[in-house]
Every structure is written in structure tokens, then in C-alpha cells.
Design a protein around this ligand. Structure first.
Ligand code: NZQ
Ligand code: ZN
Length: 387
């Protein structure tokens, strides 16, 4: 196990009715920028609940709605402008990862003199951030308890991750009931995203990180048990609660501290979203089984066997390659037949290979240092296999 520092100052209020704690924002100033997406929070009443609490607490609320899934730099720029013009003291996201990520970069952009895209392209330019708060409405990205934010410039077909310790939310409210209204495809995509974060951490090649692997297997088993239940019964509290807490813990350092490597499937998936605006979790569920087949080889077979036996309950006796391949089959079957996610890139609008060269060039650069080496031709092969 490698050395690490683990420091997460985010206060999590988890469970039913925890939104009442939004009143605590009054301790951080007077003016709050509320950041949200395309309107789901107005339909399901979360917007009204939040507004009532903020107003009663004496806060002045400025608003930035319409944040797009795969949030765009244009929304960030708009938010930064509102902050600078109105002496905003803090930023509150109510929504999924897109709203939270957008809020994080707005919070950093508010304290930066140049264009916020600089902060996306180069995290070293982040000099500080306004306090960031979140009310989570879907389980997926873990943005509620991590430093990361992923922003897209659709004009340039670019999607980049950034992050800094100052972008860690000060407080996040995670009420599983708020995810009851999530459409089935988003529930499934969220579960696939959680599993992908876990795979990115689990397949690491670091010796002796036994505990991290067992944590990861627990997160995977939680997704496998509760994902289909949440799809069938969207208001099953136990399912939503377990998935929500799994999401937070899949990417808050618990699984990768001491065992971290560069990620593999996310860089390839981000390029799919940058060029074709595909839902993040869907890009991952399509690519993951193909990346697994690529990564499976004599040197990695033991880890895939460990995965198959501990997560899918496969029989450990017999040929190792067979067990490993069965584990990959189980993964594919779960995404496609249990979560009902698309199986191919073609189904999500990737009609031909015209952008593959450029996508592969960018993705391969971000994969340097991952579990198995991925070069540009490998990325293209994985994309091709996923067509
Ligand atoms: O826009 P609204 O109206 O809110 O609707 C959203 C959106 O259409 C809807 N939704 C969310 N909660 C809902 C709901 N609809 C009904 N009821 C609810 N309770 O779901 C759709 C997707 O929302 P979004 O926020 O885009 O989803 P997600 O949480 O999956 O975030 C995806 C973004 O996060 C980035 C992704 O790349 C993508 O841009 N990621 C962020 C990470 C991080 N910060 O650590 C890591 C991830 O790997 C990921 O890259
Ligand atoms: Zn992800």
C-alpha cells in the first residue's frame, strides 16, 4: 500500500428531511448563488423546499438555472458574472453532478481574474473558491464529496476534468428520497458510473492494498443488489439510500487512497461525451466490458478472477482465463440486461469512426500511468469493438 493523506472537510447530512440544514448557509454570508439544471427540481418540489429555507434564514438568492448535463463552460461564465456583479458569498448547487461541477468552477472562477476556462484546462491556476454547498438529487458522480469538476466546451469538442482542495464542498445534503423522481435511464447510468469509478480504483496493480479492494467489492455488490431494485421500484428507500452512499464513497478517496493509478475508461468515455454529448454513465457502461477484455492478460488474470469470485460469486476452481472471461460476461450482462443500458456506441449516436483518431489521441494522453498501458491504437480498437 502506498503512502497517502486523507482529508475531507465536507460535512454530509444524509437521510430524510436533512434539507433543513440549508439554514446553516447563513453562517457563511448573505448572498447565495443557486445553481440548478433543466428544471427537474421545480417539478419535484425540491426547488421550493430549498428556497423557503434559504429565505427564512435571511439569505438573498441569485439564480443560475439551465445547467446542461455535461455542463458547459458558457454556464460557468454566466455564473461567475453573477457572482462578481453581486458580491455573492457562496454557491449552492441543487441537482446532480452537472450542477455541482458547474457550481464548483463558478466558485473558483469568482475569485479568478481571467476566463474560467483557464481553470478547467489548468488546475494550477485555481487560487481559491467561494464556499460550495450541494443538495444532491441523483447518485452517480460523487461530486458531493470530492474536489473534481468536469466541464465541456461543445464548440471545441473538449471535456476536461479539473479540481482543487478548495473546490471540496463545505456541506452536502444527501437525501435518498430526492432521487425517487430520477428517470430510469439516469438511475441506470448513475449506477454504471458508480461501478466505473470503483473499477477504475479496483484494477490498480498496487501490491498489498487488500482493504481498498474489499471496500471496492462492497460498493460493486451494493450496486449489483440495489440497482435493479431502484429501477423497478423508484421509491424504494433502502435501494436509493444504499446507492447514494455507494456513489459518495466510490470516489471520495476511500477506495483509491494508497492504491491510486490513472484511470482508463473515463478518459475514453469523456471523449465520447465531448464529441457526441452522450450521457456520462452510458459511455462508461458501453466501453467497460471492452476495456476489460483488452486489459485481461496473463499478468492481470488473477485480479479478474478475484473480481469474478468475490463480486459475482463465480466458482474459483477451473481455468483462470475462463473465470476472468465469465466475470466480464457478467459485467456486460448486468449493464445491458439488468440495467437496460445501450450495448453499443452506434445506439447512442456514434455513426462512424470519423473522430476516432482525435478522440484516441486525447484519451491516450490522459490514460498514461493506468492499470495496463493504453496507446492510441488500443483506444481505437476499444471504440471499434464497442460499435
Ligand atoms: O437538469 P435537470 O433538470 O436537473 O435533470 C437532470 C439531468 O437531465 C436529471 N436529474 C437529476 N436529478 C433528478 C433528475 N431528474 C429527475 N429527478 C431528479 N431527482 O438527470 C439528468 C442528469 O443529471 P446530471 O447532473 O447531468 O447527471 P450526473 O450526476 O451523472 O452528472 C454527470 C456529469 O458529472 C461528470 C460527468 O462527466 C458529467 O459531466 N462527472 C463528475 C465527476 C466528479 N465531479 O467527481 C466524476 C464523474 O466521473 C463524472 O465525470
Ligand atoms: Zn464517472
Amino acid at each position: 500500500m502506498n503512502n497517502f493523506t486523507y482529508y475531507i472537510p465536507t460535512k454530509i447530512y444524509f437521510g430524510k428531511g436533512q434539507i433543513s440544514h440549508l439554514a446553516e448557509l447563513a453562517d457563511y454570508g448573505k448572498n447565495v448563488l443557486l445553481v440548478y439544471g433543466g428544471g427537474s427540481i421545480k417539478k419535484n418540489g425540491i426547488y421550493d423546499s430549498a428556497m423557503n429555507i434559504l429565505k427564512e434564514a435571511g439569505l438573498d438568492v441569485f439564480e443560475l438555472g439551465g445547467v446542461h448535463p455535461n455542463p458547459r463552460i458558457s454556464s460557468v461564465r454566466e455564473g461567475v458574472k453573477i457572482c462578481k456583479e453581486n458580491q455573492v458569498d457562496m454557491v449552492l448547487a441543487v441537482g446532480g453532478g452537472s450542477s455541482i461541477d458547474c457550481a464548483k468552477v463558478i466558485a473558483a472562477g469568482a475569485l479568478y481574474d481571467g476566463d474560467a476556462w483557464d481553470l478547467v484546462k489548468n488546475r494550477r491556476k485555481i487560487q481559491g473558491a467561494l464556499p460550495i454547498f450541494a443538495v444532491l438529487t441523483m447518485a452517480a458522480t460523487g461530486s458531493e464529496m470530492n474536489i473534481h469538476a468536469v466541464i465541456t466546451d461543445p464548440d471545441k469538442n473538449e471535456k476536461w476534468g479539473t479540481g482543487a482542495q478548495c473546490m471540496m464542498p463545505t456541506m452536502s445534503i444527501c437525501d435518498p428520497e430526492y432521487s425517487y423522481t430520477l428517470p430510469a435511464e439516469q438511475t441506470a447510468a448513475g449506477v454504471a458510473d458508480i461501478m466505473s469509478h470503483t473499477f477504475e480504483n479496483y484494477f490498480n496493480g498496487v501490491k498489498g492494498a487488500f482493504l481498498q479492494s474489499r471496500f471496492a467489492e462492497s460498493v460493486l455488490k451494493t450496486c449489483i443488489k440495489y440497482g435493479p431494485i431502484a429501477l423497478e421500484h423508484p421509491d424504494d428507500y433502502e435501494a436509493r439510500a444504499n446507492i447514494m452512499w455507494a456513489a459518495t464513497n466510490a470516489i471520495n478517496g476511500l477506495l483509491n487512497n494508497g492504491a491510486g493509478v490513472a484511470w482508463s475508461v473515463h478518459p475514453m468515455g469523456h471523449e465520447i461525451s465531448a464529441f457526441y454529448d452522450v450521457t456520462h454513465g452510458v459511455s462508461l457502461s458501453i466501453l467497460t466490458p471492452h476495456w476489460m477484455r483488452f486489459a485481461l492478460r496473463d499478468e492481470t488474470v488473477d485480479k479478474f478472477v478475484e473480481y469474478g469470485v468475490n463480486v459475482w460469486g463465480l466458482d474459483p476452481s477451473g481455468d483462470k482465463m475462463d473465470i476472468a472471461n465469465k466475470a466480464i460476461d457478467c459485467t456486460y450482462d448486468f449493464f445491458v440486461n439488468k440495467l437496460h443500458l445501450p450495448a453499443t456506441l452506434r445506439e447512442v449516436g456514434v455513426k462512424d469512426e470519423s473522430h476516432f483518431d482525435m478522440m484516441a489521441r486525447k484519451a491516450a494522453r490522459k490514460c498514461i500511468g493506468s492499470y495496463v498501458q493504453i496507446l492510441e491504437p488500443d483506444v481505437i480498437s476499444i471504440y471499434r469493438a464497442a460499435m
